[in-house]
Design a protein around this ligand. Structure first.
Ligand SMILES: [Zn+2]
Ligand SMILES: [Zn+2]
Length: 287
């Protein structure tokens, strides 16, 4: 099979492209997203939420390449045999590409590693997610934008999951750029229109050293079901994931769903839906 743009062998099938043309196509897609949705202003200070995995490492690389000054921010949840490994990959990558890396740990910031918390309580993803979001936002203060590695598959799954659960208020989060809310650093998702497959191909072609290991606590059974349905549908009718995202963006424009106003936590002053935020409540529950 040959590249549709030259006579080289195609390394990617849909669209059919050789190595060089695929890399161009992928990078252009990311930069078109940044431009079209106005994700970055020229002098924005940007921090990238990094895990050492393929998606966030790609965002880190491309923002460094096209925006210049970026800082990598990683959260060490304390998951032995997993996060220690991915953080090593990330450290190596940052050193090689001359990027500042800041790491903050659950242990230092909330008192315990996730491994230890799970000896007292279950529901790893909900505990981990609460603390991760909190720490990322806290340490992104002073930056204009926080970039994440969410790709098209993640986002289409999130839209469908929120619709199935009736969480229409959360549809706003499935946007290439989140809205401005006091107390939150605006999130941007440069890989919004790149499929999981495309990101994986890009990482392989660029020979980034990233691990493909999964978190040992992963318990996303609902997400897994939605992922299977979407992948199945994509095989039969191409572009279903893209259609979901485009329809969601259209809907959001028309609906202008009001986001609930946030209060501020009486303990830590971070934005909160209740008097004391979920993070502070959780920290207390582990004491
Ligand atoms: Zn080519
Ligand atoms: Zn709080």
């Amino acid at each position: 099979m040959l590249c549709s743009k030259c006579k080289e062998k195609a390394v990617f099938l849909s669209p059919k492209l050789c190595k060089n043309h695929f890399v161009d196509y992928f990078e252009k897609k990311v930069f078109d997203t940044i431009k079209k949705f106005n994700l970055l202003k020229k002098n924005d200070k940007v921090v990238v939420a990094c895990s050492g995995g393929k998606d966030s490492t790609t965002v880190l690389y491309l923002l460094k390449k096209f925006h210049g000054n970026v800082v990598a921010l990683a959260i060490d949840e304390g998951i032995r045999g997993y996060r220690d490994k991915t953080l090593l990959d990330l450290e190596r990558f940052c050193k090689k590409h001359d990027i500042e890396l800041r790491v903050h740990s659950f242990k230092d910031e909330v008192g315990k590693t996730l491994d230890r918390m799970l000896k007292q309580k279950n529901h790893p993803c909900s505990i981990c997610g609460t603390f991760r979001r909190y720490l990322l936002n806290k340490h992104a203060k002073g930056f204009d934008k926080i970039a994440t590695g969410h790709n098209m598959d993640d986002e289409a799954q999130a839209v469908l999951m929120n619709l199935l659960k009736g969480n229409t208020g959360l549809l706003w989060n499935s946007n290439p750029i989140t809205r401005k809310v006091k107390g939150f650093v605006q999130k941007i998702k440069p890989l919004y229109f790149c499929s999981e497959k495309e990101v994986a191909a890009y990482v392989l072609l660029k020979s980034f050293e990233v691990g493909f290991i999964e978190c040992p606590y992963m318990e996303e059974s609902f997400r897994n079901k939605v992922r299977d349905v979407l992948n199945d549908d994509e095989l039969k009718h191409k572009c279903s994931k893209l259609n979901i995202l485009n329809k969601n963006l259209e809907l959001l424009k028309k609906l202008d769903l009001k986001r609930k106003d946030f209060r501020y936590c009486s303990d830590c002053r971070e934005p909160s839906q209740s008097r004391v935020c979920k993070t502070c409540q959780l920290i207390k529950s582990f004491k």
